[in-house]
Structure formats: C-alpha cells, structure tokens
Design a protein around this ligand. Structure first.
Ligand code: AMP
Ligand code: MG
Length: 344
C-alpha cells in the first residue's frame, strides 16, 4: 500500500448540463468514475418549456446546486481540476447559462475548460456504466430521438426524428389530457393499467399511424391521431397503451435495422424515455432475438445529468482537447458527428 506521502489527492472534473429543462452539476473523479449530480428541473404548470424562462430558472438555481454538490461530496474549489459543459445541441438561452458559468469558474479557479456534445455524453456514460464497448445508442429524450453508432472514428446519426422528439410528443399528448410535465411516466402507468385490466386488447381497435421512413422516425402525426382518438371517446388508458406500443415499436425497428447494417450486437438505451420499462422490455427482446444484448444505465444516468458531461469532458481533456474561451461558444445545432472520437 502506498504511504500517505505517495498518495496523490483525488481531483475531480465538474460537469455542467443545461441543454433544456434540466440544470445539473455533476462530477467525475480522476479515474472517470461519475458521482451523483445535483439537479433542478423546470416543470411548467401550463404549456411547454419556454427557453428564456428555463434559462432564468438555471441562473437562479446555479449557486445553490454547486453549494449542495460540494457539501454532499465534502469538496472545496481546490479539488476541482477541470470544468466541462454542454456546448450543444440544445436551447440557446439555456446553453448560454451553462457555458457562462463554466467560463467563469474556469477563469476564477484557473482550471481547464472543455465543451462537450450532450448526445455523445449520453453514449459515453452509458458505455462506462453498462460496460459495453461499441453499442448502437437508441437515444430517446424530450427533444431528441436519434439512433447513433460509432463508424470511422466518429459517432454518426444513422436515423432520427424528422419532427419532434419522442419525449416532447408524450409530454404534449399528456398536457392536452391535463397531465402535468413530465407526461411520459404517467402515460406509462396508464398504459400498464389498461393492458393489465384488458389483457386481450387488440391494437387493431386503437390503431395509430406508424411513421418509420427508412432509418428515420416522425411523431407529430401519431400525436394528432392519438389526440383525436381520445376526443372521439376512446378510453385514455387505452390510447396511452396504443401510443406506447406504436412509437416504441417504431424506435425498436429502426434500432434493429441499425444493428443489422452496422453488424454490431450491443444496443444501449439513453435519454429520459429510456426510463420506460415497456421500451426496455421491447428493446431487450429485440436484442436477444438477434443474439445481441441490450444495456440500460441507471435512471440517474439516463436522464440529463451533469456527471455525464464531466465524464466526457475528462475523456476529451486527457486526449488533448483543452479549449480556449474564444472557442467555447455554444452551438444550438451541434451535430453528434461534429468531433472526432479522440479518447478511445
Ligand atoms: P430528458 O430530455 O432526457 O431529460 O428526458 C425527459 C423526457 O423523458 C420527458 O419527455 C419525459 O416525459 C420522459 N420520460 C421520463 N420518464 C419516462 C417514462 N417512464 N416513460 C416515458 N417517458 C419518460
Ligand atoms: Mg439528454
């Protein structure tokens, strides 16, 4: 065992997540292990997320989240050796708060700054937490729905939604039924209640559009049809069940095609909608039928969290990607394939 003189004190990378409704500050240690984040969520009582109001929420919560995080892990500013932040994609006003906080801390504490791609952070924390090596990621969140895989040195988007994210679709459907944000978990409960009470239910009786176009998906048509079905008197629980069956089948179909095209065998789920047990079951069944395996990180690392930003930030820094303040501008439309994978 090394003596106390030989032992190097642990240092941490701080990660700031602010792409949308979540403001989260997390950490990873100098071996890349994530520590639980502290987070605050915008929960609009009425309507969707307003980017400027969400940004105000993030700015208001920033200091207390950092204080809570430091208290939780008994840290001081000297323990932080780098600052990572979500540089994109996301809502401009929200991203700007995270980036400004990161630049300020980096300058004040004299530690390196690194901007990271939010979608790639979901992949890297998933790979690490689930111990899988080269997965196809089915990334299903509020604003994003993408199927991503590593090909020729970059993470490439093989398929994605052509309109709204799957989570936004679920939240909008729920909101119209008077269910507050986030609607996904309530839809899941309603759907389970329906199929438990009506095990012989047929999707033919609650048919909805199924929008898969090659490797891409679309959700606004199914949203309109589901809303109309409820308006015409179908039981809400039945429509929740049918909605989940249709949209999850579409996601799993595209994910399966991605596995087939790339020859990969690991499927990784990420994003808030990956908390859904029905989607997890359907994904596992598909992967097993192909002699593959499906991996899902713990819920705290499926949803947006600062620790995944810290994990990817550390990887980018140790592979030589330190950033100047001038290069730290946010990019609302940052593509998943915009940067080479330099870390593995
Ligand atoms: P994210 O954008 O990754 O932070 O995830 C938030 C989205 O995940 C929201 O649209 C939620 O409605 C959705 N979500 C969270 N839990 C579930 C669930 N159990 N089933 C379906 N969607 C969910
Ligand atoms: Mg996300």
């Amino acid at each position: 065992m090394p003596s106390s003189v030989d032992m190097k004190p642990m240092s941490y990378t701080l990660g700031i997540e602010s792409t949308a409704h979540t403001f989260s500050i997390g950490l990873c240690d100098d071996e890349g292990n994530p520590l639980p984040s502290t987070s605050a969520f915008v929960r609009p009582v009425k309507g969707g997320i307003h980017p400027r109001e969400a940004a105000d929420h993030h700015a208001e919560n920033c200091q207390s989240l950092i204080e809570q995080l430091f208290a939780k892990h008994s840290l001081k500013s000297e323990d932080i050796s780098a600052i990572a932040f979500s540089q994109g994609p996301g809502l401009g006003p929200c991203l700007r708060i995270g980036a400004s906080v990161a630049r300020t801390i980096s300058t004040a504490w004299e530690v390196p700054l690194i901007g990271v791609n939010h979608c790639v952070a979901h992949i890297e924390i998933g790979r690490q937490e689930c111990d899988c090596s080269d997965p196809v990621l089915l990334y299903v969140s509020g604003g994003n729905t993408q199927i991503i895989a590593r090909l020729e040195g970059k993470y490439r988007v093989l398929g994605e939604t052509l309109d709204i994210g799957i989570g936004n679709m679920l939240d909008k459907f729920a909101r119209e039924q008077g269910i507050p944000f986030p609607g996904g978990p309530v839809i899941e409960k309603n759907a389970l209640r329906w199929i438990t009470a009506n095990p012989n239910s047929s999707l033919d009786d609650f048919s909805l559009p199924y929008a898969v176009q090659g490797m891409d998906l679309a959700f606004s048509g199914v949203l309109t049809a589901a809303l109309m079905m409820v308006a015409k008197g179908a039981p809400l629980d039945a429509v929740c069940w049918s909605l989940q069956e249709h949209v999850f089948a579409a996601c799993v179909e595209v994910a399966e095609r991605a596995l087939a095209h790339t020859g990969k065998s690991e499927l990784l789920l990420g994003g808030g909608v990956a908390c859904n047990q029905k989607l997890r079951n359907m994904s596992s069944m598909m992967a097993e039928q192909r002699d593959g395996e499906c991996f899902v990180p713990e819920k705290k690392y499926c949803i947006d969290n600062g620790s995944m930003i810290a994990v990817l930030g550390r990887l980018r820094l140790i592979s030589g990607n330190e950033m100047n303040i001038e290069d730290s501008k946010i990019n609302q439309y940052m593509r998943t394939d915009s940067a080479e994978i330099t870390w593995s």
